[in-house]
Design a binder for this molecule. Structure first.
Ligand SMILES: Cc1ncc(COP(=O)(O)O)c(C=O)c1O
Length: 369
């Protein structure tokens, strides 16, 4: 079946930006500087200014930003890190990679984010940190999380991979905890044309440690102080991201407009729950994720596909169900239920009105049959 409405259309984005991208890429190629050059340094300054934080450290991926962030926060072997099971696998993977253990706390059903009241229940003497994930572009409820962290002396690493430009009470997601991990995977709200990531923080020591860890444990490669990684962002990706950063607010607004058109039309459909935006949040709709109730989600998805409308399931199971990470015996009923009901619809900033209309009509038709 031909896909008429894809989930994202990166070729259209490249076409839109071509006149800006071409000279930026050409300049890097002609400069002969491909790693640790001026574009990375400038992107770090520009991203830090955008987020309202003192430091931004450019890295190879969002996964590395989580791993390096955890290590810079002092999380390691034998520690427990409380996070949500309703997230991409990289969140739990990063915790395990530093030798710690993920402990899963259930979600708030309306935002799909970790429920602060559940965190408290899982704190033990071994708990070192909390990773709230700003899932789908909706910031987690950070104030109660930061209060628990302060009272229990825990560090907070935001997983802001999906929430570039999102806001919590008027402040940017990623500028709220001790540090935050961003992903520049191509489909993200700010995406590179390859892998990339960023660690944001106000803390000088965290920033300095992350800068060492990304470069073989040393500011000077030949004097390693820590066991590090090669996790540098390259100049081509940095130059591309610098072209894209000034557009990100406009794109996020476009995503919000698509979401509000969906909301107006899908809000009244029986068997569908549209995404919630909490009063504290500015949702940037990395995903527009509805719930399809009544056990018909998979059927609805098949019907949409037959009608040429792409959709996706993030996530088919909570991470407590993934054997490698599933050590938790806690009651995670709300995450389990979400994984059975969620369906993400096309929501790119360039999505034409006509395509939005088509998705709305086809979803309506898929439900009533
Ligand atoms: C919630 C979340 N955390 C972490 C990551 C990892 O980012 P990356 O793919 O850049 O390694 C992603 C995205 O892929 C993500 O969605």
């Amino acid at each position: 079946m031909e896909i008429k409405v894809p989930l994202v259309d990166l070729q259209a984005e490249v076409a839109e930006l071509w006149e800006e991208l071409r000279p930026a890429v050409e300049e890097v190629l002609r400069s002969g500087r491909f790693v640790s050059g001026p574009n990375v340094a400038a992107l770090e300054r520009e991203t830090a200014a955008y987020l309202g934080v003192r430091h931004a450290v450019a890295l190879n991926s969002g996964t590395d930003a989580l791993v390096i962030g955890l290590r810079a926060l002092g999380v390691g072997s034998g520690d427990e890190v409380i996070t949500t099971p309703f997230t991409f696998v990289a969140t739990a993977e990063a915790i395990c990679r530093v030798g710690a253990r993920p402990v899963f706390a259930d979600i708030e059903p309306r935002t799909f984010n970790i429920d602060p009241a559940e965190i408290e229940k899982h704190v033990t003497a071994r708990t070192r940190a909390v990773i709230p994930v700003h899932l789908f572009g909706h910031p987690a409820d950070m104030d109660p999380i930061l209060t628990i962290a302060r009272d229990r002396q825990l560090r907070v690493l935001e997983d802001a991979a999906q929430a570039f430009g999102g806001e919590y009470k008027g402040r940017k997601a990623g500028g709220l905890g001790d540090a935050a991990a961003f992903s520049f995977f191509p489909t993200k709200n700010l995406g590179a044309y390859g892998d990339g990531g960023m660690l944001a923080t106000d803390d000088d020591d965290i920033s300095q440690t992350a800068r060492k860890l990304r470069n073989h444990g040393a500011l000077d490669k030949y004097q390693p102080e820590l066991l590090g990684y090669n996790s540098r962002l390259d100049e081509l990706q940095a130059a591309i991201l610098r072209v894209k950063l000034p557009h990100v607010d406009r794109w996020n607004e476009a995503r919000r407009r698509v979401a509000s058109r969906y909301g107006e039309s899908l809000g009244g459909l029986e068997g569908v729950t549209t995404p919630h935006e909490a009063s504290y949040a500015r949702h940037v709709y990395h995903q527009y994720t509805v719930r399809v109730q009544g056990g018909q989600r998979d059927e609805v998805r098949d019907r949409l596909r037959s009608a040429g409308v792409a959709s996706a399931i993030y996530y088919t199971e909570p991470l407590n169900r993934v054997e490698r990470y599933g050590s938790s015996t806690a009651d995670l009923a709300l995450s389990e239920q979400a994984s059975l009901e969620v369906l993400s619809l096309p929501v790119g900033p360039g999505l034409a009105d006509e395509s939005v209309k088509q998705v709305i009509e086809e979803l309506g038709a898929a439900l009533v049959r």
